[in-house]
Design a protein around this ligand. Structure first.
Ligand SMILES: CC(C)(COP(=O)(O)OP(=O)(O)OC[C@H]1O[C@@H](n2cnc3c(N)ncnc32)[C@H](O)[C@@H]1O)[C@@H](O)C(=O)NCCC(=O)NCCS
Ligand SMILES: Nc1ncnc2c1ncn2[C@@H]1O[C@H](COP(=O)(O)OP(=O)(O)OP(=O)(O)O)[C@@H](O)[C@H]1O
Length: 263
């Protein structure tokens, strides 16, 4: 089963692409944002840990029904200053291992149900190194920061422009994500595609379809059934993909360091 990592920057269109992949291409989606909500519901260990660390120093952290006030927590953790970075690190340290566990469970479920591929919709795909287990990566990009911010503000009316800018600044830049996708997964390897979302949703749909057709070629036939029927073979193929992704990432990081040192 092919693991397709889907990422981008905030509000560049990952969920829109997910919907297209699910509706037009019948691909199962594992949504990290959704799992990150489920693992902090009231009564979960995630909720308890967040309340223990943040509640005293964060007025209004909890709504009346005990659920997290996500806008308040967002203001506490998003931004580029050291305090926010530290708090974001703490929140990530609580939520990410729980999400990771749920992701592996969902991957196992889709493997057993015989899907040829599953999409891992993860905003922090590269930051969390989850890309290393992916057989292919799609990055949804928007080239104008104004368009990106405009879409974010239109969708999340409760955010101020400053909130929105802080959220954008809390992630790796979209240019870096596109470059990493191209250098580690793309080129002759044919396992990476940057999908531009500068135009209409219909144009986006065309870009998605062309990327999926490229990935599907040769992967939805006897090969899929062999990997499904022989788990040890699937294990060897998976280990090879992991090693190759790691090696290509290391080469790219070293090359980038050399270029930066020359500047
Ligand atoms: C801070 C929280 C409560 C804000 O919730 P809110 O409902 O306002 O936003 P939501 O969860 O829908 O996230 C919206 C987008 O923000 C970005 N984002 C979320 N968390 C992070 C983070 N830790 N670092 C950088 N960007 C992030 C992503 O692009 C995401 O798609 C929430 O984002 C959270 O719990 N984040 C930590 C967990 C996390 O990393 N989730 C991302 C997927 S694992
Ligand atoms: N091509 C487009 N033209 C106009 N609006 C769009 C386009 N693509 C997406 N949008 C809108 O932009 C907003 C952000 O898109 P979407 O929710 O898919 O982004 P996302 O990357 O999943 O965001 P997040 O990182 O916050 O989860 C949504 O309201 C969506 O309907």
């Amino acid at each position: 089963m092919l693991l397709i990592g889907l990422t981008g920057s905030i509000s560049t269109g990952k969920s829109t692409v997910s919907k297209i992949l699910s509706k037009d291409h019948a691909l199962p989606i594992i949504d990290a944002d959704q799992l990150a909500r489920e693992v902090v519901e009231v009564g979960t260990p995630g909720h308890t840990s967040i309340v223990r660390y943040f509640s005293e120093s964060t007025p209004g952290l909890l709504n009346e029904d005990g659920t997290l006030n996500r806008a308040v927590l967002g203001r506490r953790v998003f931004g580029d200053d050291p305090e926010r970075r530290k708090d974001r690190g703490v929140l990530n340290g609580i939520v990410h291992p729980l999400v990771r566990k749920e992701m592996y469970k969902a991957i196992a479920y889709h493997y057993l149900s015989g899907a040829w591929a599953v999409v891992l919709d993860i905003p922090l795909l590269f930051e969390s190194s989850f890309d290393l287990i992916c057989g292919a990566v799609l990055v949804v990009s928007v080239s104008s920061p104004e368009v990106q911010l405009g879409r974010l503000l239109a969708r999340d009316a409760h955010l101020t422009r400053e909130d929105a800018e802080k959220r954008v600044a809390s992630q790796m830049s979209i240019q870096e994500k596109v470059e990493r996708c191209d250098r580690v997964f793309g080129g002759a390897r044919g396992r990476g595609a940057a999908i531009s979302n500068d135009g209409s949703v219909e144009e986006l749909r065309k870009g998605v379809t062309s990327a999926v057709e490229g990935l599907k070629a040769g992967r939805d036939g006897w090969w899929k059934w062999m990997l499904w029927g022989l788990p040890p073979v699937a294990g060897v193929v998976g280990a090879r993909v992991l090693a190759e992704n790691w090696w290509r990432r290391e080469c790219w990081l070293k090359e980038r360091e050399r270029v930066e040192a020359k500047l």
